[in-house]
Design a protein around this ligand. Structure first.
Ligand code: SAH
Length: 278
């Protein structure tokens, strides 16, 4: 029986372009300049998942970023490779053991910068700081990151302290595991890496990049089910179109996200009650 490798790498496996097959055992080759993510998970088969599709998938095969999964199971204890145990103090569910998760994280950290600014270590958790665009911009500027996906009741608190882990949440709800949250985080970060999206401009004026939600978008046909496209957008007058989009973005943000709107006005010294004319 062949032993499954502890770490599995997705995407491009070779550094130089060659048709020669390479030895894929041993240490995963590091793609030069590629942003890299390492994921500690009980379900490595869940990756790359949706990240293997569309633009993130294309960028993965092109070697613009690299994904390595570290299977938690082989680090488990005993014949059954147990990774969890009952919570100290009693109560329902199971907790991922500090020693087991610790060994997996040590393996993941091999060859990565110790500076957390360059290489954050993140535990996906509902107790974490909710994900924001600013956070994704910070992650995209680093060399890469290590993600820890929890299961059951979560992980032993001592691991979080020992590895100086940052907790990040997908939102105020509880998932059964960290894998979906990890994929959301990776998607939002990878698309900010230069050359992943074809037109880099599209990340510059989308929702949150300037603190506002995006204006409504339209495309052909000009009339659909009796509904027309706002005339301004068909005028060809770029300055007026740009003004229309700005006003629409402001109105939408004010109505849907008063929290974002107040912050936006505050940084610009604007009156939050003012409504700009079209
Ligand atoms: N008992 C925990 C929830 C555990 S849910 C609590 O009440 O806080 C199991 C795992 O799913 C967690 O360890 C975490 O990795 C993941 N998870 C659940 N909800 C999440 C969220 N909103 N964001 C990110 N990860 C989440």
């Amino acid at each position: 029986m062949t032993k499954a490798p502890l770490s599995k790498s997705h995407g491009r496996k070779t550094i130089s372009a060659t048709m020669q097959p390479r030895d894929l055992m041993g240490e995963t080759p590091q793609l030069k300049n590629a942003w890299r993510v390492k994921i500690v998970t009980l379900f490595p088969e869940a990756f790359p998942g949706v990240l293997g599709a569309s633009l993130t998938g294309k960028a993965l095969t092109e070697g613009l970023w690299q994904l390595d999964t570290i299977d938690l199971r082989p680090f488990g204890e005993g014949k059954h490779r147990n990774v969890d145990d009952t919570p100290s103090g009693g109560g329902a569910g199971m907790v991922l053991r500090a020693d087991v998760v610790g060994k997996a994280l040590e393996t993941a950290q091999q060859g990565t910068p110790t500076d957390r600014a360059k290489w954050p270590v993140i535990y996906l958790s509902p107790r974490g700081k909710p994900m924001t665009q600013a956070m994704m911009q910070r992650f995209a500027k680093g060399d890469g990151m290590t993600l820890l996906c929890g299961r059951f009741e979560g992980v032993d608190e001592r691991v979080i302290e020992e590895f100086d882990i940052e907790e990040v949440s997908l939102g105020d709800f509880v998932l059964t595991g960290g894998e979906i949250a990890a994929q959301a985080l990776i998607d939002a970060t990878v698309r900010l890496i230069p050359r992943v999206l074809g037109n880099q401009e599209s990340t510059e004026d989308e929702s949150f990049s300037d603190g506002l939600l995006e204006h409504p978008q339209y495309t052909r046909p000009a009339v659909w089910k009796g509904r027309t496209i706002p005339e301004m957008l068909l005028s060809g007058h770029h300055a007026n179109i740009s003004n229309w989009r700005q006003v629409m973005a402001e109105r939408l943000t004010k109505k849907r996200r008063p929290d974002l709107w107040r912050a936006y006005c505050e940084t610009r010294g604007r009156d939050p009650n003012e409504d700009r004319e079209l």
